[in-house]
Design a protein around this ligand. Sequence first.
Ligand code: GDP
Length: 413
Amino acid sequence: MVILGHVDAGKSTLMGQVLVSTGQVTKREAAKQTKLSWLLDENESERARGVTMEIGTKTIRVPKHDIVVLDAPGHHDFIPGAANADVAILVVAAVTGEFEAGFSGGGQTKEHIQLARGLGVTQIIVAINKLDVEGWKKGRYEEIQGDIKQFLLKQEFKEKRIQFVPISGLTGENIKVCNSSELSKWHKGPTLLDAVNNFFPANRQIEKPLRFIVTDVFSEGKGIVTRGRVIQGFVEVGDQLVVLPVGDIVRVSKLEHLQAPSDDIDDPRRLDTAIAGDTVQLVINDIDIMRLSIGNILCFPNARPPLTKKATARIIVMDKLAVPIIRGAQVIFHMHSLDVPTVLTKLVSILNRDGSIKKERPRALTSSVSASIEFTISDRIVMEAFSDCRALGRFVLRRGGETIAIGVIDKTL
Ligand code: GDP
């Protein structure tokens, strides 16, 4: 799960409350801090290693799920978190003027939603926060809900995969229980933790060949630790894997789950195995740390995907694009934890909504159009057709700090 929202919307405060409510930290620990934001920081041992983590990681447990929370501080750090998440909580501040600034204007709310969707987040909880400041007014809640819902549906979130909850991260109201007389007068729906529990289980493709995306690398004792996510297939201690794109062969000597195992002796997290959907640390041998980097893919040597520089893709251009996209445009290609410069080598066609061709060889792509393009990146990486592997087949294009399009790969060339 990734936490999205404009700066100061209340993400850190809310996560502090969630971790307290689910018993991850004590109230006392939380109260020692003013902003609670430290709760998403790395623990002492990680800090002592002197390694800066790309993404802070915490886990929360609700009856139906164990959830790894990827912090998304906003701006450039945002993409790795979103790219490795199945689900999101979007925090918006209901305060008059604050919501408007974050949602319209120069705010990050819409871009966060588009990026998350483009990178594969399919379920979202919208936490309408700071309603205490607005006197728990139902009208204000519904107004914001209406605006955001319209936008989410436009981004092709399915209606049944969107949930809204009115909350105050500061007072803790409606995080675990709803007991403010004002709110409970009109809100009968779920608390935030109920909504988290309501998430549909993510789709796990265990039968497909292993793909492990490396989101962090560091050395620890004698081994090298790669933290990341199994996006399909499974991996076990003792497996020999190939690191792509470099091609080195490594052996997995240890496997640690980031989700805490339950007391159940049969809990798969007690085993030396990780399956699609798990976020784990693999301790690997037989490689120099300099050969590894974030965004590498680990897989079995006999089931390795080809490395490619060039592909055709279908993209949807964002609305409010400042400058049209032309052939030869140089942009940044973001896929899971990678960002690489790329050139849009061909504008093949503009497409209708049903996928049929509206115009061949357009000169430029403007706001909101769907198009078929060909792009070329500078170095070979693992890319797959979206129909073969969703996580390695979807991407976001950005230019000058602005998201200009989201896309899926049709065919690698
Ligand atoms: P972040 O930048 O999204 O992580 O936001 P923070 O969690 O740092 O919160 C920004 C400010 O809003 C802080 O001063 C918080 O105390 C305040 N804040 C957060 N949640 C609430 C809330 O529910 N009600 C009120 N009144 N203030 C809040």
